[in-house]
Ligand binder design. Structure first.
Ligand SMILES: Cc1cc2nc3c(=O)[nH]c(=O)nc-3n(C[C@H](O)[C@H](O)[C@H](O)COP(=O)(O)O)c2cc1C
Length: 136
């Protein structure tokens, strides 16, 4: 399995309905390909974690980057893994009301030229998972 984290910029101001559409399709598709993850949206920025079989994740990522609802996809982190952080989430969703909520993740982005330490990444993701659970 692999885990991939990317950032992108929304091309328009996307309505809640449109984000719900993305989620609906993602949940349907991802459960049939053994993928899990989380999608964050706020302040015109998307961030998504995709985890699952390498072929499924990479194929899906290639499809996602061609989606006209966003642009400038940048991979922040990609790693082989035996463990899912988002077990049970065909695609979790966090709506960030304020771009500052991306603060932790943006820190990871700033470290992009270096190797992001696995522990830093895992801690940030666990933090988001807690928020997801708290919001459900
Ligand atoms: C930010 C963003 C994240 C997306 N995430 C997923 C995803 O996790 N899984 C998925 O199947 N499609 C996702 N999509 C939608 C894909 O780009 C594409 O529209 C969809 O996979 C096509 O599904 P279909 O072949 O069933 O029509 C995402 C799109 C955007 C803009």
């Amino acid at each position: 399995m692999i885990r991939l984290l990317y950032f992108s910029q929304a091309t328009n101001i996307i309505s809640d309905e449109e984000v719900q559409n993305i989620l609906q399709v993602s949940r349907r598709n991802n459960s049939s390909t053994g993928m899990t993850g989380v999608l964050l949206y706020g302040g015109g920025v998307f961030m998504q974690v995709l985890e699952g079989p390498e072929q499924s994740v990479l194929k899906k990522y290639v499809k996602i980057i061609d989606d006209r609802r966003h642009t400038n996809c940048q991979i922040i982190h990609i790693t082989p893994t035996d463990e899912r952080i988002f077990e049970g989430w065909s695609m979790g969703m966090i709506k960030c009301e304020h771009p500052l909520e991306f603060e932790h993740i943006l820190d990871l982005r700033n470290q992009r030229k270096e190797v992001v330490r696995a522990k830093v990444f895992t801690d940030v993701m666990h933090d988001f998972l807690q928020r997801l659970k708290a919001g459900s």
